[in-house]
Design a protein around this ligand. Structure first.
Ligand code: SF4
Ligand code: SF4
Ligand code: SF4
Length: 273
């Protein structure tokens, strides 16, 4: 039982959040929503401990499809960054704002960019592409993310300043169009740069929140220098170009780690944890 401690703790944390929000906001949705996500993540961790190869992909599909299809398309909640700005401006602390607070702003202080490895519906599709490990060196064009971040903020601000009617409807359309653009751009960039995660590295506006917060993450890959033989296998399989053999917070591309555990899985000396 001891080795399953982490998935059990994770399930308990999500249940505490689920029950607290259900009772404080008097809305059964939160109980269902956070219980579902907690069960999905715990199941993935359980399968990972059992060394099941596709554990991460299963969680990614369970959570990603739920967010995209159920929350996004059926409940018509814009869960993209525009939705976050919209609900923030209207002062409504509802699904999108709670989702951003938990998964993308404060949560990364604990679980880093776990969102990017296990839940994001954009990466859920991109990870099916053929370049799981980048085939070309990383480019210095990460500044693009600040442009997309600013564009999303300007777009929603303009809707409010122009006092456009029926913004709810526009936000839903923005969610659909935004996702089509993200998928199209993500797939094109993956092929251009021979890197499934090129969109994540250079364009995704959410990384403006994720990167600084995950710098302080509690959960991070650590290298046991006593065991490490400097074979370089771990770095060669990392989709995000992280130097996980450096234990300092300033490790190369440290804020890019999506906790996919490919490095750990491939280390011949079990030096990573
Ligand atoms: S960087 Fe953006 S697109 Fe990539 S996984 Fe994270 S949130 Fe999703
Ligand atoms: S794969 Fe393991 S042994 Fe090889 S460099 Fe990485 S941590 Fe060290
Ligand atoms: S391979 Fe290791 S360092 Fe690279 S993203 Fe995955 S968990 Fe992080």
């Amino acid at each position: 039982m001891k080795k399953y401690r982490l998935p059990i703790i994770m399930l308990l944390v999500f249940e505490i959040v689920a029950v607290s929000l259900w009772l404080t906001k008097d809305n059964l949705f939160y109980l269902f929503n956070f219980s579902y996500i907690g069960i999905s993540i715990s199941l993935g961790m359980f399968l990972f401990i059992r060394k099941y190869k596709y554990a991460r992909r299963i969680v990614q599909l369970l959570v990603g499809l739920y967010m995209l299809v159920y929350l996004g398309l059926i409940c018509q909640e814009n869960m993209q960054i525009e939705g976050f700005w919209y609900y923030l401006f209207t002062g409504v602390f509802e699904a999108a704002t709670i989702h951003y607070a938990v998964a993308k702003i404060f949560g990364p202080l604990i679980f880093g960019r776990g969102w990017c490895g296990y839940a994001c519906w954009t990466a859920m599709v991109l990870d099916f592409l053929p370049y799981k490990v980048p085939k070309e060196p990383r480019k210095k064009i990460g500044w693009i993310r600040y442009i997309t971040f600013a564009a999303s903020l300007i777009f929603v601000s303009a809707l409010f300043l122009a006092k456009v009617g029926n913004i709810e409807r526009i936000m839903f359309l923005a969610f659909i169009i935004g996702n089509i653009v993200y998928y199209g751009m993500g797939i094109a960039l993956a092929y251009v740069f021979k890197d499934n995660r090129a969109f994540c590295k250079y364009v995704c506006p959410i990384t403006v929140f994720l990167k600084p917060m995950s710098y302080y993450s509690v959960f991070r890959i650590k290298c046991d220098k006593e065991k490490c033989i400097s074979c370089g296998k771990c770095k060669s399989v990392c989709p995000m170009n992280v130097d996980m053999t450096d234990n300092s917070r300033k490790r190369e591309n440290g804020t890019e780690c999506i906790l996919c555990m490919e490095c750990k899985r491939n280390c011949p000396k079990d030096a990573l944890s």
